[in-house]
Ligand binder design. Structure first.
Ligand SMILES: *Cc1c(COP(=O)(O)O)cnc(C)c1O
Length: 432
């Protein structure tokens, strides 16, 4: 199957090129030419499948023409080495916990799957690829963890000095090996600007195979569709409409849910739940897409003013706002409302959620669907990643998982650089 450039649909590339390059020369995102629909027998049997089996069937339908079954099976079994449990909190209320991977946020699945595809595509090649990634916290650690020691790949992470939590910083800076951490004297927008400059620099791109590991890369986005199939599988017999609420920033996670629905998954509605960065909820109401400057919030993984996956969402609905608004309802919350949602989850259901998951819960509640539908919110990070905010709102200490205790003991290794493109270039020369 080929992948087309949304900006220039007649330009088509193979899966390999779409995955190794991330975006087209004109910075367009890739989409599959066709989204396959899974057969009825798959859905009948879905409650009997485990997560690995689901991941294999779903990825085989999408990628099976391009990757042999055995190779895909191997990738899937390596990626899916932890559970994604669906927990019932009330008659109609469920939470899908996506944080049981090694870096305790949902991005592990996408990053590990992408690493598996890179390994497969680079297996017989001498070329070296440099993954350049700007992070406000969770992406960098998931990517570092997933690509550690992968042959032919070097990872360079830019993170804003003093603006990630201590724990996130340890996760980013203690790997060593083929992972380089650059501590940028500036904010996340500076990091992102420097990365964009690098992708746009013709000379640099002639010397180095640069690529991204953000959800603009289809290989990081697509495997997130497993979450949704896995949620429906765990529900078993479905007697009510299903609504899934997705705390969103760059909208990669929600887009993969839309792809799952296109593949035939019975989800009646999605909720796009955001913080003060609410361009998509606004678009769903008004039909106008107006990118904004980024506001900083306590749900920092969702601080995005111009979500990079919006063009994919729009593409799925043939650029028709009314079609999109029929499937997705948008809601957004201030930090105070997010704290109240964390407090309410604790009080009513004895569930300690992280701030991002709480935004998802708030959206479900406000939508009113819990009266007669099954409502599932995605818990995208472990509460221990945001201990101060969680403890303040729930009045209960967050236990630190063993893996994080180990990481806290390791020594930080990062190079501090000023927030200009020249200093990034200098560092890149040292790496390649
Ligand atoms: C990345 C992230 C999000 C936002 O996901 P998108 O796919 O960018 O919309 C939400 N919560 C957490 C904890 C994250 O790390």
């Amino acid at each position: 199957m080929n992948y087309y450039d949304i900006k220039n649909p007649t330009q088509k590339v193979s899966l390999k090129e779409a995955v190794l390059k991330s975006i087209s020369a004109e910075s367009g995102l890739y989409m599959p030419e066709l989204i396959p629909i899974l057969p009825g027998s798959f859905f009948t049997n879905l409650p009997n499948l485990n997560l690995q089996e689901i991941a294999f069937e779903v990825s085989n339908a999408m990628l099976g023409d391009d990757i042999p079954h055995e190779a895909l099976k191997k990738i899937v079994s390596k990626v899916i080495s932890f559970p994604i449990p669906l927990k019932r909190l009330d008659e109609n209320l469920f939470v899908l916990e996506l944080f049981h991977g090694p870096t305790l946020a949902f991005k592990d699945v996408g990053a590990r799957f992408m690493a598996g595809l890179f390994q497969y595509f680079l297996r017989n090649e001498n070329r070296e690829v440099v993954i350049l990634v700007a992070t406000s916290g969770d992406t960098g650690s998931a990517v570092a963890n997933a690509f550690y020691n992968i042959k032919g790949v070097k990872v360079v992470i830019l993170y804003p000095s003093g603006k990630v939590s201590e724990l996130q910083e340890k996760q980013l800076t203690t790997m060593g090996g083929n992972i380089t951490a650059l501590e940028v004297e500036g904010n996340f927008d500076d990091c992102q600007r420097m990365v964009k400059q690098a992708f746009a620099d013709k000379e640099l791109n002639q010397q180095v195979n640069l690529t991204s590991a953000n959800s603009i890369n289809f290989a990081r986005l697509f495997p997130q569709s497993f979450f949704y199939f896995n949620a429906i599988a765990q529900l078993g017999k479905i007697e009510k409409p299903v609504v899934i609420s997705v705390p969103s920033g760059n909208f990669g996670n929600l887009t993969s849910g839309l792809i799952a629905k296109k593949m035939g998954l019975p989800v009646n509605q999605f909720i796009a739940a955001t913080n003060r960065n609410h361009v998509v909820p606004d678009y769903l109401k008004s039909g106008e897409y107006k990118p904004q400057h980024t506001h900083h919030t306590i749900t920092n993984a969702m601080d995005v003013g111009d979500p990079s996956n919006f063009p994919r969402m729009s593409e799925i609905y043939q650029k028709q706002q009314l079609l999109m608004a029929a499937d997705i309802k948008g809601f957004w919350y201030t930090d105070e409302q997010t704290r109240s949602a964390m407090a309410e989850l604790q009080e009513k259901y004895a569930y300690q959620s992280d701030p991002h998951g709480a935004v998802g819960y708030a959206g479900l509640k406000e939508s009113g669907v819990l009266k007669d539908s099954i409502g599932i919110f995605l818990e995208t990070a472990h509460p221990a990643k945001f201990p101060e905010e969680v403890e303040k709102s729930t009045n209960i200490a967050v236990p630190l998982p063993e893996s994080l205790k180990e990481i806290m003991k390791l020594e930080k290794k990062a190079t501090q650089i000023p927030n200009n493109f020249d200093s990034l270039l200098q560092q890149l020369k040292k790496v390649v």
